[in-house]
Design a protein around this ligand. Structure first.
Ligand code: ACO
Length: 322
């Protein structure tokens, strides 16, 4: 059995916040932000627009793209670090919003690596036979946990959601078969304090704000990303030359460029959305996938390499025959 991608979709809040507008709020400039990160603008959720709302829009877009009814979904895994509430899971709000009352829905938290972790989780459930069709969603409203007076972090993030529909299909198991070929997940909690939110129900009973030692994150990112991609190549017997599209977590253009360069992945194979979306954490990969599918770059049969690294640290890769 393989988990085959039936479709994908995404949603971005209407409001666009440009670097120039940010420069009127904190001591920064378009030039500084573009040079260090590649980010030009990001979308910001409206007041009253929650992570679940973004997720439901993205899920509906993915279902429409797959051409299937929501009632055929029996598993929802939603990756987020910005849930609507401490509990219940935002995934059950999405399940309810889609009118689904069967199967299971739960949240998964691995910060920026959340989508890759959610994809791997759903893949394992589908391959075990426990569920048949899954919605894997990454949805975030990071604007709500940013300290808008801290120029070192508030310029980096944006809001949005993306989703893919997976189906368990019997496959002979050849590399040319469609579906998820491999997933690799890693974490190392020694790095917790380099990227975290300084609040939470158990410690402070407040929501808190995102805090980051940017340089420390940067220092570890490329090595961790490339290690877990080499794991994917080794496990699947593929190499950089076999990859049609590289869809990395969109945190920073410099991290993406350096990772692609180190792995000998040609720049024209790299899908980049960080310029328009900023870092949308768990939503960034399905948002980028949706852009590249919609504009005709990613086609059925393409080999697509996903990668993410984020708070924890957590990091992971997935190799998908689209
Ligand atoms: N505008 C202008 N100046 C700024 C800004 C800003 N928005 N932010 C920081 N600066 C200043 C700093 O105050 C500092 O000034 P000083 O030298 O007078 O003290 C100077 O710029 C350099 O600051 P650094 O933090 O050392 O700058 P750096 O070159 O490391 O770039 C950045 C910062 C962009 C955050 C970088 O470290 C980075 O991208 N790190 C990776 C972190 C990342 O991508 N995190 C996303 C989440 S993690 C993930 O998703 C993988």
């Amino acid at each position: 059995i393989r988990s085959v991608v039936l479709g994908c979709g995404s949603y971005l809040p209407q409001r666009v916040l440009t670097n120039a507008e940010l420069a009127t709020k904190v001591d920064t400039s378009d030039e500084w932000i573009v040079q260090r990160t590649g980010i030009r603008e990001r979308h910001i959720a409206a007041e009253g627009e929650f992570t679940s709302h973004l997720a439901i829009h993205a899920a509906n877009a993915a279902l429409a793209h797959a051409g299937i009814d929501a009632q055929s979904i029996d598993l929802i895994v939603l990756a987020t670090s910005t849930p609507d509430h401490t509990f219940p899971a935002t995934a059950v709000a999405v399940q309810n919003g889609l009118g689904i009352t069967h199967g299971a829905a739960f949240d998964l938290q691995a910060v920026c690596s959340g989508f890759v972790f959610a994809l791997a989780t759903a893949d394992n459930f589908l391959r075990s036979g426990a569920f048949k069709r899954a919605l894997v969603i990454g949805a975030e409203t990071f604007s709500r946990i940013l300290d808008w007076t801290d120029r070192g972090t508030c310029v980096l993030f944006g809001d949005g959601a993306g989703a893919v529909v997976l189906e368990a299909q019997e496959q002979p198991g050849k590399p040319s078969d469609r579906g998820i070929l491999t997933t690799h997940l890693r974490s190392d909690g020694r790095h917790q304090s380099k990227l975290y939110v300084d609040g939470g129900p158990s410690s402070t009973r407040t929501v808190g704000y995102l805090r980051m030692e940017g340089r420390e994150v940067f220092k570890h990112a490329v090595g961790m990303i490339t290690d877990v991609i080499v794991d994917a190549f080794n496990a699947s017997g593929t190499s950089a030359d076999d990859i049609n599209w590289f869809v990395p977590h969109q945190a920073n253009k410099r991290i993406i460029d350096a990772s692609a360069h180190k792995l000998h992945i040609a720049p024209e194979k790299v899908v980049l959305t960080v310029d328009r979306h900023g870092n949308t954490s768990a939503a960034s990969i399905p948002l980028a996938l949706s852009v590249a599918v919609a504009d005709g770059r990613i086609k059925s049969g393409d080999l697509v390499l996903l990668e993410a690294m984020g708070g924890g640290f957590t990091w992971g890769s997935a190799l998908v025959r689209w």
